[in-house]
Each structure stands twice: as C-alpha cells, then as structure tokens.
Design a protein. Structure first.
Length: 648
C-alpha cells in the first residue's frame, strides 16, 4: 500500500537540515504569520485574512505552484487537503471534495477570477479546456464545503477560485521552455508593459504537447493531448479608488481518447478538436472606507467536434453585481444580483441524443451576506442566503449561518450550518442514450451541511488546521428502469487536517490528511441497484507530505509524497497507491532558473481511476444502470522533464 516506501521519503525530506542553516536569504517561503495574513475572497466576497475566515479555507500561492512542479490546474488540486484528484487518462480527471468522486462530478463550483467555468451540459468541468500560464496565477483559493449562499447552485461540496496576477505584477518579458518524457513540450511567452502610470497590460502565448499514456494491457494508448492558447489582460486605474480590468483568451487543441462502446467494435480510438475562448470585463470602485461596488460581465464559449459522443458548443453570458456597505462598526452587509444565460447546440449522434438538440436557459439570482460583531475582536455571527430562479426547477434558496470565535491568544473556532442545492443540468433533463433517459421532472439535489473547524498557530514554527463535517444529502440522482429520478439519499462525515511545520528559516514541511465516509440509501420506490456504489468511489483515507527546502540561496529542493486508499465500488475501482514527485531548481541568476522535475518516481506506472463493466449487455439490463462511462482508463507513468524560465 505504499507505506514501505516512507523511510526513503522522509530521508529525502530531511536530508538538508544542516544545509538550510548555511543560507543567507529566504527567497521563497512565507512565515506562518504571513501565511495567516494572506487575503482570500471566497468565504465572504471581500478580502479577508485566512485567520478571519469562518470556512474550511486553503490557499495555494504562486510559489507553491512553481515549487510543486505541476503543469496544469487539475494536477495542482493534488496539493489541497480534502480533495480527491484521480486521472482517468492523459487529459481527463475526476476531481471532487468530500466525496462523490466522478469524471462527471457536479458538486464543485470552479471559478477563474470569479468567472464560473462549469459546463451546463453536465454541471461539471471540462478540465482539459481550463489552462493558463501557471506563473500568471497569483493564488488558488479553495473552500471545502458549501458556499452556495454566496456563489449559488453547484457550490455544494467545495469551491475553487483561480486568481490571476494583475498586469502591473507581470511587467517585462518572460519565457518558459520545457522538454520531458510525458510532458513532451512546454512553451510559453509573456510580455507586459504600460502606458503611463494608469494603464498596464500583458499578452501571452502558451503551447504544450503531452504524451499518450499506457492502457492496462501495457500498450500505448491514444490519449495524447496538445493545445495552444493566447490572450491578454489590461488593468486600468483612472483613480486611487477605482479600477477596470479586461481580459480574454482563445484556445485550440486536440484531445485523444479511446471509447469503450456497447456494440462491436468495442474499442474506438479517435482524436477530437476542441476550441473556445472567453472575455471578461470588471469594474471596482470604493466610495469610502465603508462602501464599495464590483460589476463584472463575461462571455464564455466552448466547442467540441465529436462525431461519436457529445459534440457541439455551449455559450455562457454572465453578469454579476455586488455592493458591500458597513452601516455600523459592528454590522456590515454585502448584497448582489446576478444573471446568466446559456445557449447550446448539441450535435446528436447514433450513441448520444439530446432532445431538443438546442436550448437556451437562464438563471436569475440575488444574495445577501450579513456580518455582526457580537464581541469585538472575538466573536462574529454571519447570516446570509442565495436566492435563484432557474428554468429547470424554478425558485431555490440556499441559506447559511456561521460563527467565528477567537479566544485565548490566537485560537480560532468556527461552526456553520448550510443548505446548498445542485440544480439539474441539460443531461438530467434532455439526455437520451443507452439505458439512460432524462427526466423533465428531475428536481434539485439538496445538501444540509454541519461543519466545525479549529485553527491555531501553536508557535512561530507550527500551525494546525482541523475541520470536520456531517452532511445529509437528499434527492440525489438515481437510475431507475424508465428514467433518472431523485430516489437516492446519503450521509457523509469526514475530517480534514493540515499541519505546517517551519523548523528553520528556509525549511518547511506540510502535512495533509483526509478522512471521508459515506453511507447511501434509497427511497422505498427505488430499484437502483448501484445506489450504494458511491460509498466506495472516494478514498476513505488519503494523506500527503510536502517538504520545501532552500539551499545556499541558489538551489531549491521539493519533495511531494502522497498516498490514497483504494476505490472499490462495483463500477469504479483502483488499488491503493502512492506517488513521489521531486523537483530540483537552480537559480543561475536573478533572471534565469533551471529545474528538473520527476513525477511518480516510486513506481513505473499506477492506475488512479478504473471504470469497471463498461460494456453494457443491454439497454434494459439493471446491472448497466447508471451514467455510462465510455472512456478507457489508462495508467499514470513515471516521468521526468526539464524546464527553463527566463525573465527580464
């Protein structure tokens, strides 16, 4: 199960303690005090310190991303406690928080600079289309648990917000070039400049080519993946209290995959083109120290040329307004309005049909978030709710109550009770495929979540953060002989623990542990035989150890080890596995960095997500009920790549 490799891992983690004492300057690591003072916006739609958040919040900084050696946003999610990230093949992932792990995971809200990127076709994320130059990311904010009272439907089990750097922070020219075994080619370039002192901008281009992995039979798979992307960002500051932001990009690529079909031929290899882009405009203004507004509008478009499964396009247009005002030193309110309209057109095939093939639907929303200071510097009460009207289920409400208590020095205790919903997607209503028929009467899935958290910096060298939860899910999607219905229910409980140890100025060790247990049941009228599969589709236990070390002010050594429990449901299986990544970097000068990254070093290959029983025996076979998983799972391989960063 990977435990026999731990002595080697810890030997690598701790070998450089004496070296770290010889350094003269800390180039990368934040102190624990600085870490607690990082500002996040997810938990209250305003900038607040991590220490002040009444949520299970976590932040990956730009330096975290660089030092981890990850090359994509999905892989960066492995660095987060409470998340399960499983790679199905070279370009598909199952990513979830607090259970319900699936390649069609629909209980996670994903934002990029506050712009929702979930796909309305299935309420999940096409992760292969979400990419950027990772050096342009300022931080990735994450909330484990519901945030629907602020961010709306689908923010059920967690929220991810990728926050990019302002143009002012990315001035000059930067080039990255990488070559490797799995990461065959990485290339990016970025240029930033300004007009006077009020207008800053940057333009960028990125290209990557990732090698195909191996199938379970040890043959070369057909899941290779390449993509190019170009875009811009402009920040305009006409005054000290106002700011405009404009940004956008275009991308195009090809995604390889192997389908497992329910008829002869059973296996089909093909590559499908994907393309898309987005544009975003945002205006912010502070009227005083106690009042500010933010107005944001965005347009997203995504296209897939898929003649076998689901091809076509969808286009989202979003408008969001929010206003924060402090009426009293002990009372502050944030409120807002939102509108989203989606238009899609699906190219129906002999395998998958949507009826109708084209549809336009919208969501109207409003939210209110109230913060009351009951005991200055010690106790806060937070009350709020999101109200939405959608074309699938009509009116939905999602209230939230939270308490934040600071006591005895810096001890923080927080608790919450929340209601969140997962509204139906197009697939729930309109899909027609083998054994699956959408249902126009399908209702929203409901979560009642109870959370309790504790965080405390025990000293200048040790910080601990714990969060526990008990979730009650009602009206979960079930697969009945005639159609999909809401006959499943589930209870989940879990614990998430994070420790950050800073024994030396230039040495940091992080530890994360996650426990998740789910019990599922069905209504008396259900005959869904796979309802309890969800209990074993998420690892019961998982942990990671991440060591970062600076040496002589010129070198960086990073060791990341993770272990995950087995997946053992009848439909999704994978053995317990461990993985070891190591990064070594040399700062040749202030403008040039050379690094070498080894991934999955402790084994030639391993499987993270295997779909069982993909060949269906008939449209009316109860054993085949459930979402059809048509993609062949492959294995993650050992890899190594070299990367050069040059900026001036």
């Amino acid at each position: 199960m990977g435990f026999h490799r731990l002595p080697w891992v810890f030997w690598i983690c701790f070998f450089g303690v004496s070296w770290s004492q010889m350094q003269t300057k800390d180039l990368t690591e934040l102190s624990l005090e600085e870490l607690m003072n990082i500002e996040v916006t997810l938990s209250s739609r305003k900038a607040e310190k991590i220490a002040e958040s009444a949520s299970a919040v976590f932040v990956l900084t730009n330096q975290d991303l660089k030092r981890s050696g990850v090359t994509s946003i999905p892989e960066a999610m492995r660095l987060l406690p409470g998340f399960h990230v499983a790679r199905l093949d070279a370009n598909k992932w199952a990513i979830s928080a607090r259970g319900f792990s699936n390649i069609f995971a629909n209980k996670l809200q994903v934002l990029i600079d506050g712009r929702s990127v979930y796909a309305p076709i299935f309420s999940g994320v096409f992760w292969e289309s979400q990419d950027m130059i990772l050096d342009d990311i300022d931080r990735i904010e994450v909330i484990r648990g519901p945030g629907a009272s602020l961010w709306g439907a689908n923010a059920v089990n967690g929220i991810i917000n990728v926050v990019t750097k302002s143009s002012q922070e990315t001035q000059g020219l930067s080039i990255g070039l990488g070559k490797g075994t799995e990461e065959k080619t990485q290339l990016w370039t970025r240029y930033g400049n300004h007009f006077g002192e009020k207008i800053y901008y940057r333009v960028f281009f990125k290209y990557f080519d990732r090698d195909a992995s191996f199938s379970p039979t040890r043959e070369k798979a057909k899941d290779g993946w390449w993509m190019w992307r170009g875009g811009f960002r402009m920040d305009v500051k006409p005054s000290l209290v106002s700011q405009w932001t404009f940004q956008g990009d275009l991308f195009q690529g090809r995604v390889g995959q192997t389908l497992v079909l329910p008829f002869d031929p059973f296996y089909l290899d093909y590559t499908l083109p994907v393309r898309g882009g987005h544009f975003l405009a945002c205006y912010q203004k502070k009227f005083s120290g106690r009042s500010e507004i933010k107005i944001q509008a965005s347009l997203d478009r995504y296209e897939r040329e898929d003649s076998i499964l689901v091809g076509g396009y969808y286009q989202n247009t979003d408008f969001d307004f929010q206003h924060r005002i402090q009426f009293h030193p002990r009372y502050e309110m944030t409120w807002g309005l939102g509108y989203r309209i989606t238009h899609d057109r699906v190219r129906n095939t002999s395998v998958v049909h949507f009826v109708p093939p084209s549809r336009t639907y919208d969501v109207k929303s409003a939210f209110i978030h109230n913060e009351f200071i009951l005991w200055p510097h010690h106790l806060r009460l937070i009350l709020g709710s999101k109200f939405e009207s959608n074309d699938f289920t009509g009116f939905e409400y999602q209230p939230n109550v939270r308490m934040h208590l600071k006591f005895w020095k810096q001890h923080v205790l927080w608790a919450s009770v929340s209601r969140a919903v997962r509204t139906p997607s197009r697939a729930d209503h309109d899909l027609r495929t083998f054994g699956i028929i959408g249902n126009r009467e399908f209702q929203s899935e409901i979560l009642w979540a109870h959370e309790l958290g504790y965080r405390y910096p025990f000293s200048s060298t040790l910080f601990l953060d714990f969060s526990g939860y008990m979730n009650q899910y009602d009206k979960i999607q079930s697969f009945e002989p005639d159609t999909v219905r809401n006959y499943r229910n589930a209870k989940a409980r879990g614990l998430e623990a994070t420790a950050i140890w800073h024994p030396k100025t230039h040495w940091t060790v992080r530890f994360g542990y996650t426990f998740c247990q789910i019990h599922a049941s069905t209504d008396a009228s259900s005959i869904d035989m796979r309802a309890k599969d969800v209990e074993k589709e998420t690892p019961r236990h998982q942990y990671y150890v991440w060591n970062t070390l600076d040496i002589f002010g010129k070198f960086e050594c990073d060791v990341f080890f993770r272990w995950l429990d087995a997946l053992s449901s009848p439909s999704i299986q994978a053995p317990a596995y461990s993985a070891l990544d190591i990064r070594w970097a040399w700062h040749v000068s202030q403008t040039l960095e050379l690094s070498i990254v080894g991934q999955n070093l402790n084994a030639p290959h391993h499987q993270e997500f295997s779909l069982v029983g993909q060949r269906m025996t008939g449209a009316h076979s109860q054993e085949s009920r459930g979402w059809w998983f048509p993609f062949q799972a492959t294995e993650c391989e050992r890899g190594i790549y070299f990367l050069l960063r040059w900026s001036w």
